[in-house]
Every structure is written in C-alpha cells, then in structure tokens.
Design a protein around this ligand. Structure first.
Ligand code: MV4
Length: 446
C-alpha cells in the first residue's frame, strides 16, 4: 500500500481524496497555486507544496512542478482527481517513467479513449451498441454527404479529438450539411488542434446514462450501476441521479454487465465511466471517461462503497475488495452541483464567503472545500460544492433534497442554489420525465 500520495488537484475533489487517504492511513501531499494558499485541501493534507502562480497552466497543469513536488516530498503515487491532467496520457506516462504510481488507467487506455473515433470502433468490436454512423473520420465534404445519405438525416458531426460537445454540429438536410461540416471542422481545429470529424445518426431526445466501472490488475471488473446525467446546460452537468428514473431493473443489469464485460476484456485498470445515450429503449455508446468523475458520489450513496478507496487499492496492485454480487443498490441519490454563479445569468461570482451553513441530517452529504471567510478565486471552475442526498425512494430523496437546499447558506456571493430549488419543483423533474434538452428548454422558457 502507498505510504504517501500527492494529489494533483484542488477544491472539493482534493479534499475528497485526502479523506479517503486519511481513512486508509496514507499520508497526503497537497499542491496548490499561490491563489489557493488558504484552501481547505491544503489545510487538511499532511504536507503542501506551492507549485506556481494562479493560472492553471502554470500550476495545476505544470507537470515539471508537480513531479518536483512529488520527488521533494517522497510521494509514492500521484492522484490526478478529475479535470486538469486526469485524462492526459502523456502525464500518466511521465509519472510512471519517474517512478511514481499513477492512480488511474494505463496511458494507452487513456489515449485510446481520448480519440472518440478509436474509442467508438474499439467499443463496437468489444460488443457495445454504438450510434449508427461513419466508420471513421470524414476528410472532405463529399465524404460527409455520402455518409449522410447512408445514415439518413438528421445527422450529427462530431470532433474525433472532441468530447463535451465542442465541435458538434447537427444537420437536418443536405442544405444544412455543408455549413455543419465546415463549422464542426473549424471548431474542432480551434478547440483541439485536430479537425478530424466523424458523423452519427442524431438522436433527438435521448437521456444521458453513464455506467460506473472499475477494473483491477487481476482480471476483475465490476459495475456499480448507472447514473442519469441528462440535466445539463451547455454540456455542464447540473443535477445527476442514481439510479436513472428512466430505466428498469433488467435494463440496469443488462447495460451494467455489458459494460463491465467490455472493460474486463481489454484489461482496464482503475475507475472509469462508459457514457451512453438512451432513447426508445436502446443504448448507444458515446464515450468512455478514464477518470474519477464529479458525480461518483451518487453511486457511492446507493452502494455504500468508497470508490476512491477502491481506486487507490487497485493502483497498488491489490484485487478489488468486492465481487459483483456484493454490489447492492439501496435507495436513490441525487446530486446538485452548486456553482459560484448568478442563478439566472450564470455570470461567475467569485469572492469572499460571508456566512456558510451546510445542511445535514440523515442521508445528506456536502462535498465542498468552502468555509466562512474563504475567498473563492476567479481562476478556476465555478463549482464550489456538491449537495448529495440519499433516500429510501426517489420521492423521499426529493423531499430531503428540497429541505437541504432550503437549509444551505452560502453568503457573500451569488450561487445556483435558487436554480436547483426551481428545477426540483418542476413536475417533469419530479416525475423523472426529462431528456438532455429539458433544462435548456426550461431555462429558455424563463
Ligand atoms: C450525441 C447526441 C445526439 N446524437 N450523439 C454531447 C457531448 C458528448 N458527450 C456527446 N454528446 C451528444 N452526442 C448523437 N448521435 C447528443 C449529445 C448531447 C449530449 C449528450 C449527453 C449529455 C448532454 C448532451 C447535450 C447535448 C448534446
């Protein structure tokens, strides 16, 4: 087992990893920028190293600085968290080359899943259902037109190096195809430095269903059920829940087992999430994330399993602590991502916290690094807290979530707490009757 882990991240996820390490008797090293000197993850870690000025490219993305901190403190392993370098295959390789364990998958798996075209063809070969589409990248508009004829409109053009929706353009007929193709390629070039694009049948009102997975170095792989992440705005998840109100137990078991079998076949190590679109009773693979995700919490709440602990165990070469039959699902969990943003304009609202009270009580969890008097820096992502609520049923969970949101006090800045209170009061949401476009339609309605 590792004796000391360096956490190459900040905020709530850095604190989350510190907590798992402390329960496992593992010492922790926090790294921080000059803007995060008084951050909670620094206070709770055993040691801390300042790795640069506020800008992420000079600090949390600064590979030489992070490796130097690991060497200076004698860390055995580096945990990347999510975002920043967590899906950077080069970083994973360099970490291992310098003698540290990377708490994550093998670099070649990170790279394989980072290219959406190779990810899709790999998953199709391993038996996952994929969206009907072009067999590879589309080098010219003529190729795109031919692919659209074969697939049938509407079609969606996507960036091969993409993810998160950048460079994605829909076309509903031949007239729209030229502009969609050109725009997708130029956006992909700008966002990823790679303008390869591919095409798929456009699913018009799907849910976003993702399956939590873990594989170890002994040929074992498990699934921990699914999460419904359809409540999103501009490709930023706002509310996630487990299990999905759109699936039944048979579908849950089928898609979970299918996904676990796939990662077992290609010898995946560590936690991972396979993302599907779900429409009219069918699942379609869209992406695999090779990192721990923000919303891993709702899965933990319905299974009672600490996914970060399992992630660390697997990284040391230990077998998984559980067999599939040990993974039981109890009740329902919903997570609200609380951002330091105006609840209607979504304009960022960094600044000093003047009054902080987190909700509590049975089935209420707050993952946050906030404290009264903390100054939220303007340099990083605006998510400042995750409110996660568990209940025996979805209805009990909703009642508890409403109460918790009313109890939550974050003073001195604007937050999206009022937005969450509005969303969970909507009949469609209460009925679980939503798809990936629901929130933007709701917000557009004002
Ligand atoms: C799609 C789609 C509809 N049809 N693919 C968005 C980014 C990446 N995760 C894939 N995404 C989508 N791919 C086909 N063939 C709709 C989306 C999509 C989406 C997917 C999941 C969650 C939120 C979304 C928001 C907009 C579009």
């Amino acid at each position: 087992m590792f004796e000391k882990i360096l956490i190459a991240n900040r905020g709530e996820i850095a604190l989350r990893i510190v907590r798992a390490c402390r329960e496992m008797g593992i010492r922790t090293v926090a790294v921080h920028s000059t803007a995060d000197e008084s951050a909670m993850h620094v206070r709770f870690a055993d040691e801390s190293v300042c790795i640069g000025p506020p800008a992420a490219r000079d600090s949390y993305l600064n590979i030489p600085a992070i490796l130097s901190a690991a060497a200076l403190t004698g860390a055995d392993a580096i945990h990347p968290g999510y975002g920043f370098l967590s899906e950077n295959a080069q970083f994973a390789r360099i970490v291992a080359e310098h003698g540290f364990a990377f708490i994550g998958p093998a670099p070649e798996h990170i790279r394989l899943m980072g290219d959406k075209v190779t990810a899709k063809s790999t998953m199709r070969e391993f038996g996952l259902p994929t969206v009907p589409g072009s067999s590879g990248a589309l080098p010219t508009e003529e190729f795109a037109r031919a692919a659209a004829q074969k697939i049938g409109y509407p079609v969606l053009i996507k960036a091969a190096a993409g993810g998160g929706g950048k460079g994605m353009k829909a076309a509903f007929n031949d007239e729209e195809l030229r502009e969609a193709y050109q725009l997708a390629r130029s956006e992909a070039r700008a966002a990823f430095g790679n303008d390869d694009v591919y095409m798929e049948k456009y699913l018009v009102r799907p849910r976003h269903i993702e399956v939590q997975l873990i594989g170890d170095t002994h040929g074992n792989a498990l699934h921990f059920g699914e999460r419904d992440c359809s409540i999103q705005r501009r490709h930023q998840k706002v509310i996630e829940e487990a299990p999905s109100p759109g699936l039944n137990a048979d579908q849950r078991e089928m898609i979970g087992a299918l996904a676990a079998n796939v990662i077992r076949k290609f010898g995946y190590r560590g936690v991972g999430t396979i993302e599907f679109l779900y429409e009219d009773g069918k699942f379609y693979f869209i992406e695999m994330n090779t990192r721990l995700q923000i919303e891993h919490t709702v899965t933990e709440m319905i299974t009672g399993i600490d996914l970060v602990r399992e992630q660390i165990r697997v990284a040391t070469g230990l077998p998984l602590s559980y067999k599939q039959e040990d993974v039981q699902f109890q009740g329902h969990a919903i997570e609200c991502r609380i951002n330091a943003e105006h609840p209607e304009s979504f304009i960022p609202s960094p600044g000093k916290i003047a009054g902080y009270h987190a909700p509590g009580g049975l089935g209420v969890r707050v993952d946050s690094a906030l404290y009264d008097g903390y100054r939220i820096p303007p340099h990083y992502d605006s998510m400042i807290a995750k409110l996660i609520v568990h209940g025996a049923t979805r209805n009990e969970c909703l009642l508890r979530l409403k109460r918790s949101l009313e109890e939550f006090v974050i003073g001195g800045i604007q937050t999206t707490l009022p937005l969450h209170q509005r969303i969970i009061a909507q009949p469609d949401f209460i009925n679980g009757d939503y798809d990936i476009h629901w929130l933007e339609k709701f917000l557009g309605r004002g």
